[in-house]
Ligand binder design. Structure first.
Ligand SMILES: Nc1nc2c(ncn2[C@@H]2O[C@H](COP(=O)(O)OP(=O)(O)O)[C@@H](O)[C@H]2O)c(=O)[nH]1
Ligand SMILES: [Mg+2]
Length: 242
C-alpha cells in the first residue's frame, strides 16, 4: 500500500502527487516537506502518495512498501492506480526540487491538458556529461515524434482520466517519455514550465543502472514504432498566447 496524506481544502482544482522512492532514506522526508510546503499555499485539493519500492536502506520504515524492487515506471503505475483526484503529477523522491519551484509548477494545474516541467540551465546543477546525455535524449525523442519539446524526463501534470486510460509499458526510467508522448497524442493543449533543479544532495543517481538503460532503449523503440504506424488522435499545441 502506498503511504497516504491528504487535505480536503475545498477548491476547483485537485491534484494527486505520486512520489516513487528507491533507497532515499536521506531524502524522502525533505522531499515530502517541500511538496507539502509547496501545496499548502495554493487553493488546491491534494493527496500525496509515496510508493517505496523494495528499498534496502530503511526508506520503507519512513513510508510504505513494494515488497521488492519493481522499478520506477512500475511504481508510477501503482501510484496512478491509487490516485483519486482529477490531475496527477509525479515528483522524484530524491529531494531534487525545492519548494518554490514546485509551488510555481503546481500553480499551473488545469491550465492545459498536459503541463510539462523542464529543467532550465541544467548544466548548473548537473555534470556536463549528464546534461549532454539528457539533451541528446530529448533531441532523439523530438526527432521520433516530430515535436520541439524541452524535456521528456521532468515533472508532468496529466488529467487523471487520460493517464488512467493509457497502457504504460515501461517499468523503468523510460516511462517518463512514454507517458508524455502517449498523453500528448490525446491532448489538445500543453504548457511547458521551466523549473530549477537543485539535484540530489545525498545518495546516487539510479538512472544508469543497466535495467534502466535497457528500459530506455526499449521505450525509444516502442515510441518509434508507435509514431511510425499511427497518427495522434488530436495534434496537441502549446497553450495559445504563451
Ligand atoms: N520506485 C522506484 N523509484 C526509483 C527507482 N529508481 C529510481 N527511482 C526514483 O526515481 C527518482 C529519480 O531517480 P534518480 O536516481 O535521482 O535519477 P536522476 O534524477 O535521473 O539522476 C528518485 O526519486 C528515485 O528514488 C526504482 O527502481 N523504483
Ligand atoms: Mg535525481
Amino acid at each position: 500500500m502506498p503511504g497516504h496524506l491528504s487535505s480536503t481544502t475545498p477548491g476547483p482544482r485537485a491534484l494527486s502527487v505520486i512520489i516513487p522512492a528507491y533507497c532515499e532514506c536521506d531524502n524522502i522526508l525533505q522531499t515530502l516537506d517541500n511538496v507539502t510546503g509547496a501545496l499548502q499555499p495554493l487553493t488546491l485539493t491534494y493527496e500525496v502518495l509515496v510508493i517505496d519500492d523494495g528499498s534496502t536502506d530503511g526508506t520503507a520504515a519512513l513510508v510504505v512498501i513494494n515488497e521488492r524492487n519493481m522499478g520506477f515506471g512500475w511504481s508510477y503505475r501503482r501510484g496512478v492506480e491509487a490516485a483519486s483526484l482529477e490531475h496527477i503529477v509525479m515528483v522524484h523522491g530524491d529531494n531534487a526540487w525545492g519548494r518554490e519551484t514546485l509551488g510555481e509548477f503546481f500553480s499551473h494545474v488545469g491550465e492545459a491538458d498536459v503541463i510539462i516541467g523542464y529543467t532550465r540551465r541544467m548544466a548548473r546543477s548537473r555534470s556536463w556529461r549528464r546534461t549532454a546525455i539528457s539533451k541528446a535524449f530529448t533531441l532523439l525523442v523530438n526527432l521520433i515524434t516530430d515535436r520541439r519539446l524541452q524535456y521528456y524526463n521532468g515533472l508532468q501534470i496529466h488529467r487523471a482520466a487520460v493517464l488512467k486510460s493509457l497502457r504504460i509499458e515501461s517499468s523503468g526510467y523510460g516511462f517518463q517519455a512514454e507517458v508524455l508522448v502517449k498523453s500528448l497524442r490525446l491532448a489538445k493543449t500543453f504548457l511547458e514550465v521551466p523549473m530549477d533543479l537543485i539535484e540530489r544532495k545525498k545518495g546516487q543517481s539510479k538512472a544508469f543502472r543497466l535495467k534502466n538503460l535497457i528500459d530506455v532503449a526499449r521505450t525509444v523503440r516502442l515510441l518509434y514504432g508507435l509514431e511510425r504506424t499511427s497518427t495522434p488522435e488530436r495534434p496537441s499545441a502549446p497553450v495559445p498566447g504563451r
